[in-house]
Ligand binder design. Structure first.
Ligand code: GLA
Length: 384
């Protein structure tokens, strides 16, 4: 992670004021993809890549936001805050400001600096980490405190209502509530969760295909709509089915012919993914890594073939990992259509695994991937 002391002086130099510092991590999802908005299950872990936010009050009625990643500053008037996003990086922090203001908090002027090392547009939730870091920073200035699930919801709203991306709750939730050395099985219906320890002998090797992914882009909402149309067909017969979380594979057998073929495929992925995710958490909890790996492989091919959210590069990254020493399980992680694969690998083999997978990918695809050997980290916090 970026050195907080260096980040502090960056804020001091620019704004001539001592900042309070906050950090919020990105995440990797071990299993449970496109299930969160269907009120299903996900099992992410926070990772040791994060966004740092530095905040200090100002008295001129302005909100100045500086991004060290984009090397750009934007200024807003607290008396005329934007009501919607403008497809700019500042949408993420300003979305949080917008939602907090909508909650009835009078917005004071402040200077906010942001810096992050979560790879952008790679399916590791750089946006959620910006939202959560901003939320903690602004919260501290307002002197209010939202408990974990409430803070995650607030940031999700910023993304849904201001940025205009129809994402679920997973990314913001894990960024707020991640725990060192643990994955978290989250029930997206009531936001209850169970922590599952990741054994010391297991490394998270994240392989970036370098194909850019965007949740705000067209494919994510299309998949969401398709799956919701399948749910509506089932609900005609079983009105108690409000989300695909409530549906079963038997429902698809009975009423699948009434669905558009693509909708049926999307629903098959989501319904089976929910079952796999709960089973994967059980496997992790009882230390059955072989079963966990098997479920991850099944999840990848369901995501690729039924949900059609993979791409040739991500499929190759998963295939090329299969016979490498130490592999426990590999799959495409995050919103899909590019981004990263997550590989659970025996710690002792992690370095060699990453090097060889990188070489194989370059040879096959002609792109040099970035490889990150990560560990599960704690959630968002104030930096001393
Ligand atoms: C993105 C969204 C999440 C979730 C995943 C897919 O990361 O932000 O809410 O839907 O895609 O599992």
């Amino acid at each position: 992670m970026h050195d907080p002391a260096e980040f502090r002086s960056l804020h001091l130099d620019r704004f001539q004021a001592e900042p309070a510092l906050f950090a919020a991590p990105g995440r990797v999802n071990l299993i449970g993809e496109h299930t969160d908005y269907a009120e299903g299950f996900v099992m992410p872990a926070a990772i040791n890549f994060a966004t740092l936010a530095g905040i200090s009050p100002r008295s001129d009625g302005k909100i100045a936001i500086y991004s060290e990643n984009y090397r750009e500053e934007r200024t807003f008037d607290t008396s005329a805050l934007p009501q919607q996003g403008s497809r700019h990086w500042s949408d993420y922090p300003m979305g949080v400001v917008h939602i907090l203001a909508g909650e009835g908090h009078a917005m004071p002027g402040f200077s906010l600096s942001l810096w992050g090392d979560v790879p952008l547009g790679s399916g590791l939730s750089s946006s959620a980490s910006v939202e959560v870091a901003t939320a903690l920073a602004v919260e501290s200035l307002l002197g209010v405190h939202y408990p974990g699930p409430g803070l995650a919801r607030l940031c999700q709203k910023a993304e849904n209502q201001f940025v205009g991306a129809s994402s679920g709750i997973m990314d913001q939730f894990i960024s707020v509530n991640g725990k060192e050395n643990h994955a978290l099985l989250l029930d997206c219906r009531d936001l209850s969760y169970k922590l599952a320890p990741i054994p010391d002998c297991v490394a998270l090797v994240i392989a970036n295909t370098m194909v850019k992914h965007s949740v705000a882009g067209g494919d994510y909402p299309t998949r969401r709509r398709e799956s919701e149309s399948a749910c509506a067909v089932i609900a005609r017969h079983r009105p108690e089915v409000k989300f695909l979380r409530d549906a079963t594979l038997e429902d698809l057998e009975r009423w699948g012919q009434e669905m558009q073929p693509k909708a049926l495929m999307r629903a098959r992925h989501i319904i089976s993914e929910n079952l796999r995710t709960v089973a994967a958490a059980d496997a992790l909890l009882r230390g059955d890594l072989k079963e966990l790996g098997r479920l991850m492989a099944e999840a990848h091919w369901s995501y690729s073939r039924d949900f059609e959210a993979s791409c040739a590069e991500a499929d190759a990254m998963v295939e090329l990992a299969q016979d490498l020493p130490g592999l426990i399980g590999a799959r495409l992680t995050g919103g899909g259509f590019g981004g990263c694969t997550v590989n659970l690998v025996e710690q002792k083999d992690a370095e060699a695994f990453a090097a060889t997978l990188g070489e194989r990918y370059t040879e096959r695809i002609g792109i040099v991937p970035q490889m990150y050997i990560c560990h599960a980290s704690g959630g968002a916090h104030r930096v001393a």
